[in-house]
Design a protein around this ligand. Structure first.
Ligand SMILES: *[C@@H]1O[C@H](CO)[C@@H](O)[C@H](O)[C@H]1NC(C)=O
Ligand SMILES: *[C@@H]1O[C@H](CO)[C@@H](O)[C@H](O)[C@H]1NC(C)=O
Length: 177
């Protein structure tokens, strides 16, 4: 195969992958029902949100975005955690992973190591950050998760030593422990 056709076919493959990974849907939340704790986003009337069934491949240094979530009853995380049907104290290092990385529960109650802000922390996977659906009651009227999210309790942010004012969005890498 010459250079041109190699380039052609690999870009076609990339386009196909992108198309099968992302779809778009619009859902309209009932007004006034979204918990805005932890600076959570609420779905907006008439806006569309991308949904994903897959996440980037996992390596020893998988790039991701760290976000902040409550895993306690009445918090902005919605219902109990999917892996054990329980709530968790935000003082324990627990995370939810985007649907692709949650991988049909295969990482449930396993630990991952998160590297960020020059430090690392081991955290337990207890929930899914659903990339396939959102804007409904079960997801507290928040948009679907991006496909590269590690949604973490405040304990994770604390151990990484991130100043409290900056909790909510951080470039990190993670690996299976
Ligand atoms: C997810 O896991 C369940 C239970 O192990 C299995 O029945 C189901 O087929 C799996 N789904 C996918 C998409 O792999
Ligand atoms: C998993 O991580 C938690 C929280 O850091 C820790 O308490 C626990 O010992 C770890 N489990 C294993 C098997 O390493």
């Amino acid at each position: 195969m010459n250079g041109f056709s190699l380039m052609f076919w690999s870009s076609l493959l990339l386009v196909l992958l992108a198309v099968t990974c992302a779809e778009v849907q619009a859902q309209i939340p009932p007004p006034g029902q979204c918990n805005t704790g932890d600076d959570s986003d609420c779905c907006k009337d008439g806006q569309t949100y991308p949904v994903y069934r897959c996440s980037p491949p996992v390596s020893g240094q998988t790039r991701a975005h760290l976000t902040l979530n409550s895993f306690e009853e009445g918090g902005d995380g919605g219902g109990p955690s999917e892996c054990d049907n329980r709530y968790h104290s935000n003082d324990t290092p627990v995370v939810a992973l985007s649907t692709g990385w949650f991988d049909n529960r295969s990482r449930c109650l396993k630990n991952i190591t998160i590297y960020g802000n020059g430090r690392s922390v081991e955290a337990t996977v207890v929930d899914e950050c659903d990339s396939t659906i959102g804007c409904d009651e079960e997801h507290d009227y928040q948009p679907p998760c991006d496909n590269d999210i590690v949604d973490a309790s405040r304990a994770v942010w604390k151990v990484l030593g991130v100043p409290k004012d900056n909790w909510g969005w951080l470039d990190i890498t993670w690996s299976d422990t």
